[in-house]
Design a protein around this ligand. Structure first.
Ligand SMILES: NC(=O)c1ccc[n+]([C@@H]2O[C@H](COP(=O)([O-])OP(=O)(O)OC[C@H]3O[C@@H](n4cnc5c(N)ncnc54)[C@H](OP(=O)(O)O)[C@@H]3O)[C@@H](O)[C@H]2O)c1
Length: 317
């Protein structure tokens, strides 16, 4: 099978398109023929070696944690799926080695669930990692509920696109922070108001919309936006960050509770997300599709930090 591997950490030039043996199916596993691969910022950060002390890895590394595809075969004792089933997964394994930038992957069936009916392969592959991150941040850590208010920093990115919609599903008033060029996109996602991160007075603008500050600040961006955004929470509110585990001090000085979320695989939550799509409450984010053979170009775009919605590699052609 074809796969993108790296033999060592480094720049995009380390990405190598090569032939690998098809994976063996272990006990309790399913073998999936991949049709689309979700690309996430963590992929290039792993490629660069920025996370090498956090995750055990074994070279050659096949990158990638998101995929949608068709079950080709099932291993001994695997009983939830049959060949031909259309599935998707957030496929983060304990050791970074056999990722989703490949034509096939073998995964424990507990990682896999049926993909959303009617969605394209590309839209399906865009969901797992970003969708679960937003779900676990907004609902689990953020405890957002009806009548509450939330400021989402980086609302036009992959995670933010889901977070805005989950926050609306919860019944909250949603303020999104993104560049001006993305404010029209935020409106399509359902924000009640959009703020511009290049405006040094965006906290004052927020104060005019929601006097006293928001119940929840959800940070998908870090840096100066996080520092300024943390001042937008109301005393006794919450700050949830997916970018900075050390942001507890910012939360404390603003009188906010703090959670850092690192996304976990969770097929029950993926099923709930499929239900939202089925009911018309959630639309998959805008997605930029690259051919599977163009992974370096997809990384180049992801590394800009200015991608609207998601990036996906397609194996469907
Ligand atoms: N902890 C976890 O489990 C976890 C999970 C997923 C992701 N992450 C991390 O969370 C971050 C976001 O991931 P993502 O996939 O959503 O990224 P992304 O899609 O690359 O986010 C890009 C978006 O952020 C906007 N943006 C850029 N600078 C901004 C700023 N200063 N303030 C507000 N918005 C800004 C961009 O809009 P403009 O074009 O308008 O600038 C763009 O639409 C990444 O660092 C990623 O590694 C962590």
């Amino acid at each position: 099978m074809k796969a993108w591997i790296i033999d060592r950490f480094g720049g995009r030039e380390e990405l190598r398109f090569t032939d690998l043996p098809e994976p063996d199916i272990g006990e309790g596993e399913v073998l999936v023929r991949i049709r689309a691969v979700g690309v996430n910022p963590v992929d290039w950060k792993i490629r660069e070696g920025m996370l090498k002390d956090l995750f055990p890895h074994e070279f050659p590394v096949v990158l990638g944690w998101d995929m949608a595809g068709v079950v080709e075969a099932v291993g001994y004792s695997a009983r939830r799926f049959k060949p031909g089933d259309e599935v998707f997964a957030y496929a983060r394994r304990p050791i970074i080695h056999n990722g989703t930038y490949a034509e096939m992957i073998a995964l424990p069936e507990s990682y896999v669930t049926h993909r959303p009916a009617g969605a394209t392969w590309e839209a399906s592959a865009a969901i797992p990692l970003a969708g679960l991150t937003a779900f676990q941040s907004v609902f689990d850590a953020g405890q957002l509920g009806s009548g509450q208010t939330v400021l989402i920093l980086g609302a036009s990115g992959g995670v933010g696109s889901f977070a805005v919609q989950f926050a609306k599903i919860s019944g909250a008033t949603v303020i999104g922070l993104a560049g001006k060029g993305n404010h029209g996109y935020l409106e399509t996602l359902g924000v009640d108001a959009a703020l511009d991160y290049t405006d040094p007075e965006f906290p004052e603008a927020l104060e005019r919309i929601i006097p006293g500050g928001v119940d929840l600040v959800f940070d998908c961006i870090g840096g100066a936006s996080l520092e300024m955004g943390s001042r937008c929470g109301k005393s006794g509110g919450r700050l949830v960050s997916i970018t900075d585990p050390e942001a507890g001090n910012l939360a404390e000085s603003a009188g906010l509770g703090f959670h850092f979320v690192f996304v976990e695989p969770n097929v029950r939550q993926l099923d709930t997300i499929c239900g939202y799509i089925h009911d018309g409450q959630l639309a998959p984010p805008e997605t930029q599709v690259f051919d599977f053979t163009d992974a370096p170009a997809a990384h180049e775009q992801m590394e800009t930090g200015h991608t609207r919605g998601k990036i996906v590699l397609s194996l469907s052609s």
